[in-house]
Design a protein around this ligand. Structure first.
Ligand code: 5GP
Ligand code: MN
Length: 346
């Protein structure tokens, strides 16, 4: 049905690893998104269907609009229940690293994973993974880690064991990482996979509504405010910038996830192919940077060069240590530099 593009040798090794072990811990990156929560939960559902013990551990909070995912209430947060999480990570036979390419992406959980005697398996679609797992499935060309998890389970002959709940999680991750199938989703296999998930009884409309039509009033008003009052356009560079301070977020009763997707909106403007979003972190004294682009503008290079980050060509992020005003000034300066060097829009 779908092309079996993954390494058969690696699939065989993973199959053996699953057969011969009992307790699996599934981890994802800090600030978990739909793909992170979807892929960890889906893998946990699958392993449980095989009669294994499986536990999802995430570095910190995930947005409310993902809390409908089956078994999300069983997720352990490392930042909130550190002692329990450390025990589980220490006791695991196998730790899966899902949707991240290096231990720096899991904050304080990194050293604990590094020290664990568990076997480690990477399943991810970000570029250039660090070498911290003995078995690695790194496929940056794929839409999402959820697509990769489906392909792995399919190639292991596990499609029959996929429950409707697991399929809902997989679909949610594929949907959120592609902006509801608007980017990074041009491979025909993806739609065969969706069809196979639908055969298990998932309801696409229901999942869409749970994720995208579930915002608070504050989130919508904040969106209006940001676009009307805070957006700046740098027409010569085909770029736009939006910013939010902690005070502004508080004004709109900010909760985790409320800024999700905002950075994509300026790309709807004619002629804009690069969008940046700078916001004060709600807990740490730093500025979070989200970057999105269309076409060949390399967001990841921009994030690497100027904001200590990285990511994909069209979606990347990083951080800035300083005030929001300093971050904005830095952005303006480096945007000019990047454009003048011809590294941006051609
Ligand atoms: P977001 O804007 O949603 O926070 O991040 C978009 C993408 O940028 C993520 O999926 C990830 O690939 C990448 N990213 C975000 N922050 C960082 C960072 O600090 N370092 C690296 N290497 N990548 C990041
Ligand atoms: Mn992802």
């Amino acid at each position: 049905m779908i092309n079996e593009i993954l390494s058969k040798a690696a699939i065989g090794e993973l199959h053996k690893l699953i057969d011969t072990n009992g307790f699996f811990v599934l981890t994802c990156h800090a600030g978990p998104d739909g793909d992170a929560i979807g892929s960890t939960l889906a893998m946990a559902h699958y392993l449980k269907a095989l009669g294994k013990e499986a536990q999802v551990i995430v570095p910190d909070a995930y947005p409310d609009f993902l809390a409908w995912m089956p078994d999300s209430q069983e997720i352990v947060r490392f930042d909130k229940h550190r002692a329990k999480a450390e025990l589980l990570l220490g006791a695991a036979d196998v730790i899966f690293a899902l949707d991240y390419n290096g231990l720096k992406r899991v904050d304080d959980m990194g050293p604990v994973i590094a020290c664990s005697k568990a076997r480690k398996v990477l399943i991810d679609h970000h570029l250039a993974p660090d070498d911290f797992c003995e078995l690695s499935f790194s496929y940056p060309a794929l839409s999402s880690t959820c697509e990769l998890v489906f392909r792995i389970i399919y190639m292991m002959g596990g499609y029959e064991k996929l429950t409707k709940q697991a399929c809902e999680c997989l679909y949610a991750g594929m949907m959120t990482d592609t902006g509801a199938f608007t980017y990074s989703c041009s491979h025909q296999d993806l739609y065969v996979i969706i069809s196979m998930l639908m055969q298990k009884g998932i309801n696409k409309e229901r999942i869409y509504n749970k994720v995208y039509n579930n915002y608070s009033e504050g989130r919508l008003r904040m969106m209006g405010y940001v676009l009307y009052e805070k957006m700046r356009v740098f027409a010569a560079c085909h770029a736009a910038l939006i910013t939010l301070s902690r005070d502004e977020m508080n004004r709109f009763n900010f909760i985790k996830g409320d800024t999700e997707g905002l950075v994509n909106i300026p790309l709807q403007m004619k002629g804009i192919c690069f969008s940046a979003f700078l916001r004060e972190d709600t807990e740490k004294p730093l500025i979070r940077v989200s970057l999105r682009s269309q076409g060949t503008f390399p967001c990841n290079k921009f994030a690497e060069q100027y904001f200590g980050g990285g990511g994909h060509l069209n979606a990347s992020g990083g951080q800035y240590h300083g005030t929001l005003d300093e971050a904005i000034a830095h952005f303006e300066k480096v945007l000019q530099e990047f454009c003048c060097n011809g590294q941006g829009h051609s």
